[in-house]
Design a protein. Sequence first.
Length: 359
Amino acid sequence: MLIFRQLFDLQSSTYTYLLADSASREAVLIDPVFEHVQRDSALIRELELTLLYTLETHVHADHVTGASALKEILASRIALSETSGAEGADRYLADRDRVEFGDRYLEVRATPGHTSGCITYVLDDESRAFTGDCLLIRGCGRTDFQEGDPRALYRSVHGRVFSLPGACLILPAHDYRGLTASSVEEEKRFNPRLGGALSEDDFVGFVSNLGLAHPRQMDIAVPANKKCGRPAAPAAADGADGAAWGPVYMTFAGVPEIEPHWVEEHLAEIAVLDVREDEEFTGPLGHIPGALHIPLGKLAGAVEEVPRDRPVVAVCRAGGRSARATAILGQAGLERIANLAGGMLRWRDQGLLVEGGER
């Protein structure tokens, strides 16, 4: 029996997929995200699995892979396309290769176009295809950077993905609307870019005129992913950074973070600093009970209001402004500080304690 989990990163809308053979407990993990290495390794341990490989569908431009960090923690191997241009992998995959885990395997299909090194992983029984950014749900990846080629993408989808059985599930690397899966038959019929009677020229004309800005994390993510996510200096992605007061871990960008559940369990021992604007603090997301409220724009001039007798956890809507707040606090001499991972969005998503807001 196949063990299957679909995991999600809220910040980059990235799906990570865990597949394992229930008999041997051998597993593979597709498109891991650096900030979720702790989450993913904990799940693998809880399910008593042995992670054989982390697999990349391509060199991502919107997040840093967790491949190198997971290799350090779980002794897994790193695999990605031989045409990816990345350094430091344990295995470089060619078209039609197989990645085996127990009695199951994934077949590698070269599907260039979004990038030159894109590959799709097809489960042995052709019931699932992990398409990366090659084919999204009612969409596809862009083709205007990283050796993108719209004609190659059109041919990849039609020749290597749409040739699968109609019932085969399409499981992409991203979705920005909360959709989790599609099927080959659905995309052949309804994909507005690649389905129906749309020709290759129609597709090229469409994607060549999107006029999209480059991903915000591109300048960080692409160089890091060209080295399989290996940071310039060791980063404690597994939470073992030696912080005495709690399980603080460093993100690839060097931000000290801590998970929401731990914060809720230790509210009496820490200070929560909410740096959102006034209308957000009292708005639909509510706020954490007992939180000190100082908007980010006023924090530098109000640092003396922040307690120094206990650890401080900064929070905002999604984690970006509060990451900046930890830098301000660090510059002011506070040492026991952390950013709330995922901000109030993740806090509410996990059903933790809230004052105010919409129920």
